[in-house]
Ligand binder design. Structure first.
Ligand code: UD1
Length: 355
């Protein structure tokens, strides 16, 4: 069996790591295509090195652009790649422009497509990720759902027959890295001389939080007013937008810091008092590490984190302050994101259905 994985953005490189490992273990030929959506070394190369994935087999070098320009460039380039490799499966990950481009290209070439992280829904039709994930689920032949909630969404959309519950592959990586970094120092506590449990880790990068200057100013003011130092691991998008609108990312409690490698991020979160984020992955990682999370969004796809009390949604600066200072939630032994063996289930599901 030959699988072509198409990835392009930081969280997809994390999910690629356990899939690549499971593919090799199963003797499957695995071709990795990087669209080039993320190209900064700290958003891309370090993940391939740190998570021991090796270099991508194909790099499209598409780079940034408006949604149409970026997605269109990927579509145009992927036709030739799929034609050359003629895989049994094209595997697409999550909800990015790279995902929808690869799904569309493959389906038009009559190559079976599997969608990893299928069935997540925010029901917010203004999010580019929501367009991408809905269209990809309806185009794909096999829907690999991470949670029971995702399975239910797919059933409601008439997609139950194509759906398999495999668990969440990000949990596979997280559990492994957690055991490797547990008890170690963090680059943040070392570099910034912060005390364990004496700081928060923050990330903000989504279009709806960065592109409107009023919104970005509200969020930075909320972070700056928190009671402990807040290390903002600044995605290039937030750095660019803050500079454009004259918003200071180092004010009050706020300290801007470049993004971290995956294992450095996990070590930092483990030592922190809490996480404030608009990232999907980090909400779940905080839950799995049992670090309280505050999510700067109006909704979340990872509803289990909220239901279990480990994640609270906040919009305004004052909501943010209240959410971050809430008491620690009750402990839980629930495992809504699976057992850390999702990747081998993905490879088995693909092998069973390969023509
Ligand atoms: C993308 C995904 C988002 C995911 C995120 C993970 C889409 C629609 N969005 O958002 O779902 O959560 O990745 O980080 O696919 N930029 C750089 N260097 C880079 C990459 C981006 O400077 O390596 C800057 C550029 O100004 C670019 C902007 O960030 O225009 C946005 O990048 P883009 O890849 O379009 O979306 P993300 O915000 O990263």
């Amino acid at each position: 069996m030959r699988i072509v994985s198409v990835v392009g953005a930081r969280p997809q490189f994390v999910k690629l790591a356990p899939i690549h490992k499971a593919a090799i273990a199963a003797g499957v030929e695995h071709v990795i295509v990087h669209t080039g959506q993320h190209y900064d070394p700290m958003l891309s190369d370090v993940f391939f090195e740190d998570l021991k994935i090796g270099a991508p087999d194909v790099h499209l070098g598409v780079g940034s652009g408006s949604h149409g320009v970026q997605t269109g460039a990927m579509l145009a380039a992927l036709d030739g790649v799929f034609d050359e490799h003629r895989p049994d499966w094209v595997l697409v990950y999550g909800d990015t422009n790279s995902t929808v481009a690869a799904a569309l290209s493959a389906v038009k070439m009559h190559i079976p497509v599997a969608h990893l992280e299928a069935g997540l829904r925010s029901f917010n039709r203004r999010m580019p990720e929501e367009h991408n994930r809905v269209m990809t689920d309806h185009a794909a032949d096999l829907l690999l759902a991470p949670t029971q909630v995702a399975v239910n969404h797919l059933a409601q959309e008439g997609l139950a027959e194509r759906t398999v519950l495999v668990g969440d592959v990000m949990t596979d990586v997280l559990l492994q890295i957690r055991s490797e970094v547990a008890g170690s120092a963090s680059i943040l506590t070392d570099d910034l001389r912060l005390e364990p449990d004496g700081f928060y880790v923050a990330t903000i990068h989504r279009a709806e939080n960065t592109d409107d200057p009023m919104r970005l100013a509200e969020i930075t003011a909320g972070l700056a007013a928190l009671d402990k130092p807040v290390v903002l691991l600044a995605h290039p998008r937030v750095v660019a937008k803050a500079a454009m609108h004259g918003i200071d990312l180092t004010q009050g409690s706020l300290i801007a810091h470049p993004p971290l490698k995956y294992r450095d991020l996990i070590a930092a979160v483990l030592l922190s008092s809490g996480v404030v984020t608009d990232s999907g992955g980090l909400q779940k990682e905080a839950f799995l590490l049992r670090v309280p999370c505050t999510t700067v969004r109006t909704e979340t796809e990872w509803v289990e984190t909220v239901q279990l009390g480990w994640n609270v949604l906040a919009q305004t600066a004052s909501e943010l302050g209240q959410a971050v200072s809430r008491p620690r939630p009750p402990e839980t032994d629930q495992t809504p994101y699976g057992d850390g063996a999702a990747a081998s289930r993905v490879i088995a599901a693909l092998a069973e259905r390969a023509a």
